[in-house]
Design a protein around this ligand. Structure first.
Ligand code: NDP
Ligand code: MG
Length: 405
C-alpha cells in the first residue's frame, strides 16, 4: 500500500514514452496537458497530425518529441523548416505512423485520431507489444474481435480513455473475480435531447456542434447529437469488457456526472463520478494502476442537487437502435455502420445531407453492403472501402436537405 504520494510516483520506475496519435485534436491536446503536469513521468515521444502543421510545430517546440508525423505529405517540408535546429525528426504519411508506433523506445500508444484511420496503427502497436490507451473507439467498433484477440495474444493491455469505459474500468478495479450482471452506459443525450423528428428535420450543423457538456472534435460531437456515439460505445464496451449485448444498458443522464456504472451479480451497483473532463480518464490510462494527484476542478454534490436519469428515445434517435442491430448481427456489420456513419457525418458537416438522412444512409448501407460472417483484416479493409464508395454515391443522389450551411 502506498500512502506517500512521492513514493507512488517513484513506483513508476522510469519515464514512460508515449506516442500520441492525433496530438493536435481534442484528446491529443488534453493528453499533452496531462503530460505537462507530470513531465517526470511521461514523455511525448511521437506526435502526429493529419494536416494541422502549425499546431504540430508548436507542440514539437514545446515538448521536444523524438518524432513528429504529418499525414499530409505536402506539409512535411514546411514543418522541417520550422524545426530546423531542433533534434525532432519529421516524417509524413499515414504509413509512417503505422511503422513508427513500433519504435522500441515507445512504451504506450494513445490512439486519438478519428475514425477508421486508427485501425492499422493500433494493430501495429499491439503486435509490437505496446500498451494501448484507446480513445479511438472506432477501432474496436470496426474490428473488436480481431483487436481483442490480438491484444490477448501479445499480452497487451488496452486501457480505455473514453470516459464511460474508463468509468467501468475504474469500477471493475479489485472485482476481477466477480461476475458482471450488466453495465449501464450513461449518455448526455446531446444538444437535441427531448426533440421531435420534426425538429430534427431542420437542424443545422451549428446546432449539432453545440454539445451541452463536452468540447470535442467535430465528428464525435455530431455522433453525440445523433446518439451514434452511444451506439459505437455499446460496441466498444462489448469488446473491452467481454459482454453479451443484453448485459449493456444505456441510460440518458443529462448532467454527465455519473460517467457509467457496473451492476454485479449481487445487485450492487458501482458508479464512477466526476465533472466532465477528459483529462481524468486520459491521466488514469497513462498512470494505471496508479491515481496521480492533480488540481482538476472537483465535483461538489451540493452544486448538483438533481442528477437525473431517463430512457433513451431510440425511435427518434435511430442510430442507437441501428448500432444494437449491428452488434447483434455481428460479422462485418459494425464495420459497415462505422464507415457509413463516417460518410454520413462528413456529408452532414459539409451540408450535403440533413440530420435525419444520416440514419437513412446508414440503414441502407446495412442492407446493401456484402455481409461477411467471420471477417479477416482484409475483409474489414474491403468492407470499409466498399461502404464508403456506396455511401458517397448515395449521397450524390440524395436531395439537398441541409439548409444555409
Ligand atoms: P479531433 O477531431 O479533435 O482530433 C483528431 C486528431 O486526429 C487530430 O490530431 C487530427 O489531425 C488527427 N486526424 C484526423 N483524421 C485523421 C486521419 N485520417 N489520419 C490521421 N490522423 C487524423 O478528434 P477528438 O480528439 O475529438 O477524437 C479523437 C478520437 O477520440 C475519436 O475516435 C473520438 O471518438 C475519441 N474520443 C474523443 C473524446 C473527446 O472528448 N474528444 C471522448 C472520447 C473518445 P488534424 O488536427 O491535423 O486534423
Ligand atoms: Mg464517451
Amino acid at each position: 500500500m502506498f500512502h506517500n504520494p512521492q513514493l507512488r510516483k517513484d513506483k513508476l520506475d522510469r519515464q514512460k514514452n508515449i506516442a500520441i496519435l492525433g496530438s493536435t485534436g481534442s484528446i491529443g491536446t488534453q493528453a499533452l496537458e496531462v503530460i505537462r503536469g507530470n513531465e517526470e513521468l511521461f514523455r511525448p515521444f511521437l506526435l502526429t497530425a493529419q494536416s494541422n502543421a502549425d499546431l504540430l510545430i508548436a507542440q514539437a517546440l514545446q515538448f521536444d518529441p523524438a518524432y513528429v508525423i504529418i499525414c499530409d505529405k505536402s506539409k512535411q517540408q514546411y514543418i522541417k523548416d520550422a524545426l530546423t535546429g531542433t533534434k525532432v525528426q519529421v516524417l509524413s504519411g499515414i504509413e509512417a505512423i503505422t511503422e513508427m508506433v513500433t519504435h522500441p523506445e515507445i512504451n504506450m500508444v494513445l490512439t486519438a485520431m478519428v475514425g477508421f484511420s486508427g485501425l492499422e496503427p493500433t494493430i501495429a502497436a499491439i503486435q509490437a507489444g505496446k500498451e494501448i490507451a484507446l480513445a479511438n473507439k472506432e477501432t474496436l467498433v470496426v474490428a473488436g474481435e480481431l483487436i481483442t484477440a490480438l491484444a490477448k495474444k501479445h499480452n497487451v493491455k488496452i486501457l480505455p480513455v473514453d470516459s464511460e469505459h474508463s468509468a467501468i474500468f475504474q469500477c471493475l478495479a479489485g472485482e476481477e473475480d466477480n461476475a458482471i450482471e450488466k453495465i449501464i452506459l450513461t449518455a448526455s443525450g446531446g444538444p437535441f435531447r427531448g426533440k421531435t423528428l420534426e425538429f430534427l428535420s431542420t437542424v443545422l450543423r451549428e446546432d449539432a456542434l453545440k454539445h451541452p457538456n463536452w468540447v470535442m472534435g467535430a465528428k464525435i460531437t455530431i455522433d453525440s447529437a445523433s446518439l451514434m456515439n452511444k451506439g459505437l460505445e455499446v460496441i466498444e464496451a462489448k469488446w473491452l469488457f467481454g459482454l453479451k449485448t443484453e448485459q449493456i444498458d444505456v441510460i440518458v443522464h443529462p448532467q454527465s456526472i455519473v460517467h457509467s456504472m457496473v451492476q454485479f451479480q449481487d445487485g450492487s451497483i458501482k458508479a464512477q463520478m466526476g465533472l466532465p473532463d477528459m483529462k481524468l480518464p486520459i491521466q488514469y490510462a497513462f498512470a494505471y494502476p496508479q491515481r496521480l494527484k492533480n488540481n482538476f476542478k472537483r465535483f461538489d454534490f451540493v452544486s448538483y442537487p438533481n442528477l437525473t436519469f431517463e430512457k433513451p428515445d431510440i425511435k427518434t434517435f435511430r442510430n442507437l437502435a441501428l448500432a444494437f442491430d449491428a452488434l447483434n448481427k455481428g460479422g462485418n456489420m459494425p464495420c459497415i455502420i462505422n464507415a457509413a456513419n463516417e460518410i454520413a457525418v462528413s456529408g452532414f458537416l459539409n451540408g450535403h445531407i440533413g440530420f435525419l438522412a444520416m440514419s437513412d444512409l446508414i440503414e441502407t448501407c446495412m442492407q446493401k453492403i456484402t455481409f461477411v460472417n467471420e471477417p479477416s483484416l482484409d475483409d474489414y479493409l474491403s468492407t470499409d472501402k466498399e461502404t464508403r464508395a456506396f455511401a458517397q454515391n448515395l449521397i450524390q443522389k440524395m436531395p439537398l436537405k441541409a439548409l444555409h450551411i
